[in-house]
Design a protein around this ligand. Sequence first.
Ligand code: PHE
Length: 450
Amino acid sequence: MSNRENFSSTFGIIAAAAGSAVGLGNIWRFPYVAGENGGGAFLLIYIFIVLILGIPLLISEMMIGRRAQANVIGSFKKLGPKSSIIIGIIGLLAAFIILSFYSTVGGWTIHYIYASISGEVFKLDYQQYFTNFKDKSFLPLLWQVIFLIMTAIIILGGVKKGIENCSKVLMPLLILMLIILMIRAVTLPGSKSGIDFFIKPDFSKVTGKTFLAAMGQAFFSLSIGMGAMLTYGSYIKKDQNLTFIGFSITIADTLIAILAGFVIFPTLFSFNVAPNQGPGLIFVTLPAIFDQMPWGAGFSTLFFILLLIASLTSSISLLEVIVAVLKEELKWSRTLSTIITTILVMCLGVFTTLSWNTFQNLFITTAQGNCMYIFDICDYFSSNILLPLGGFLIMLYVGWYLKKDVFYEELSAGVNNKFTLSLRSMIFFIVKYIAPLVIILVFLNGLGII
Ligand code: PHE
């Protein structure tokens, strides 16, 4: 065997992979996308997509990585055919783009730690405060650089030490915090209509775009379609049960997103804020709840610290995708690979962070008349186009190229219970036929082609 690093235990793998999945996607992105797409109906479609596409793709990615014992490019090189390397290239591109705007929001999170401690976030109108801050140039960039440096430092520590240790402690704390916040949120006056908005589906608002948004959100939130789970899969030993790991991560990730919904929507409605705020949503709602709680500033500080850690365990998985390629394919050292990648991401990151400042004239207007700035374009293009495209190709690859025997072999390794084994045929059938078809339909429908 090679001398690649490995995760040491099932719990360690789940913590690391769930660490990748759980992050800004659940707490920042899910509520804002759900809010823009009608709430309850979006939630149902989201859950459907997570089940039908999320779990099978997550498992497929991990099995490719574990089988090949290599990064996103190396895996396809090893398992062949040559043309499949394109999947790795799409993954690298997605990792770059996502990191660039992910670090913008990671930076906002750091700013909110600072603003909670200083108390300035509670002084003005929350919405005004966020807009003023986001539209600045120096401060958001500074926080973004700090966020990227933190990500790079963890990656320099290597997979086992860095990633696993960090994820293990955080997850339980974050969940506890969200539960406390949810209790406060649902007991706010007027919160009932927020709960209704989130759980009572209104199908009259569902369009092809709702499905596309739900698919993009599911892929983003589960870190699938671009090789993050493939890369982590390559650090998983042969005695581990991939089916179990896949289900655990998906369930944890989805529950946390739903929990975040129960924090954000009741609060929004209680404070009469419109749910379609876009990417600033949590930054204008959460301070409102904290302000209504005893020790609000303390809770706020703690919450944003936890959110920062959750986003770091995700951003490291994005950076690791690229670093693993440079290290293994180009034989660069981990240090050099990390430094070069971080600098490149920062170059693109300047554009996303200054979307509302220096580059405010660069936007496109959607059919609904909304402006999409560089930030929004990166967010939309990577989540709604690149990830589903990558996921589509990965499933075709597993279903039609690697085929059943390989799939069964990988899903049987480390498994000794009959029930899990019996799931293999169903999952394979979904990977081979159903999932690619669903992705095509959602694509064509969402982009207005059918
Ligand atoms: N899933 C992460 C989150 O929810 C983001 C991410 C996307 C990480 C894609 C890796 C790959 O925050």
